[in-house]
Design a protein around this ligand. Sequence first.
Ligand SMILES: C[S@@+](CC[C@H](N)C(=O)[O-])C[C@H]1O[C@@H](n2cnc3c(N)ncnc32)[C@H](O)[C@@H]1O
Length: 408
Amino acid sequence: MESIIDTILPGDCTEILADLPENSVDLVFADPPYNLQLSQELYRPNMTKVDAVNDEWDKFESLEEYDKFTRAWLSACRRVLKDSGALWVIGTYHNIYRVGAILQAMDYWILNDVIFIKTNPMPNFRGVRFTNAHETLIWAQKKKGAKYTFNHHAMKSLNDDLQMRSDWYLPICTGKERIKINGAKAHSTQKPESLLYRVILSSTNPGDVVLDPFFGTGTTGAVAKKLGRHFIGIERDEGYIQIARQRIAAVQPAPEAALEQQEPRSRPKVPFGALLEAGLLTPGQTLYFGPKDGASATVLANGHIRCNDITGSIHQVGRTLANAPCNGWENWHYVDERTGTRRKLDELRQVIRLQAENSMVGSDLKDEKTPLRDLNEKDRGGLVAATARLHPGVSSRDSSEPPDLPIE
Ligand SMILES: C[S@@+](CC[C@H](N)C(=O)[O-])C[C@H]1O[C@@H](n2cnc3c(N)ncnc32)[C@H](O)[C@@H]1O
């Protein structure tokens, strides 16, 4: 077992899983082929071709063939899962109902289904259906009634001490995070790291082993390593394996001290944890109290910060330092890598808000109320500039980058 931890095993997952020790992994995250059954090319109104998922790995002869494949990998995963283990599987309307029915018939016990709501989905170009703006995740434990891992407090503090719900609003993988080769997407369905961040932080502990039988570009491995977990990847495409290896090698694991679970505290409206999930801050990064000099604190993976022996939300730690009421967004600063200067955390909060607003506009939800709806032109201009500077990928949908796939 030791020798396969933190490695990618090349080949067919069902065959490889059969050789792994039983009851050995803590969590399976699976992003299997969707069996999209695309029968024709897809074009935008301007007649440019949509870069849809039409890979060979997604093709099956029939629904029966797909079900047979699903039964095989689900039962192979069940054998290697510990009794306390659990499985996450993500899919779309094309496959998730079939996968769900099969895993229930196998005595997996469903704990939740979670909706990954894409804040920046691709429109339905032909206007013949609703915009396909979500994917579904099923979270199921191996054995009904067994002890399983759910880090309730970590989820709550990641969401600024508000209980995490089963509807997750996250952007699909774009911008800097999207791996490209010669300008083209390296993989048609690379998942966003923010999604795996939530899955792994909620249902594993540091040091646990997460197995992904459909590893692709290694999103699961990259986030597992960042959060101090181990991974085993299985992938049958050698090209994707190379990409995943390089990607994971570049990941810096969070320091152990940043991975402790903390008790939840105060409850501001915009969750500080969203900055971590979006990759605008990283666990272990230093924040500074004030624009010059002042105390410093370490960002923890669960959305709290630590300054010496004080741990809590940005507001609570600020309040203790100032011995007065404190708005953490205004008082804590991060260092802008580009200029080397300190900038208010609030700028990053505005990036998240602007991103949410942009995606609402992009997905034809113009009538929805958003926190930025009432900003004047000057404020909007400032935020657009901040977004471009801090997170180049955020605004790229409007310009050079084509809209993304319905399935990511
Ligand atoms: C939906 S993609 C996963 C993408 C991945 N989550 C990521 O973020 O990059 C499915 C992957 O499973 C691989 N695959 C398909 N059938 C497989 C099989 N039987 N065994 C191993 N890998 C397989 C494909 O090559 C593809 O990379």
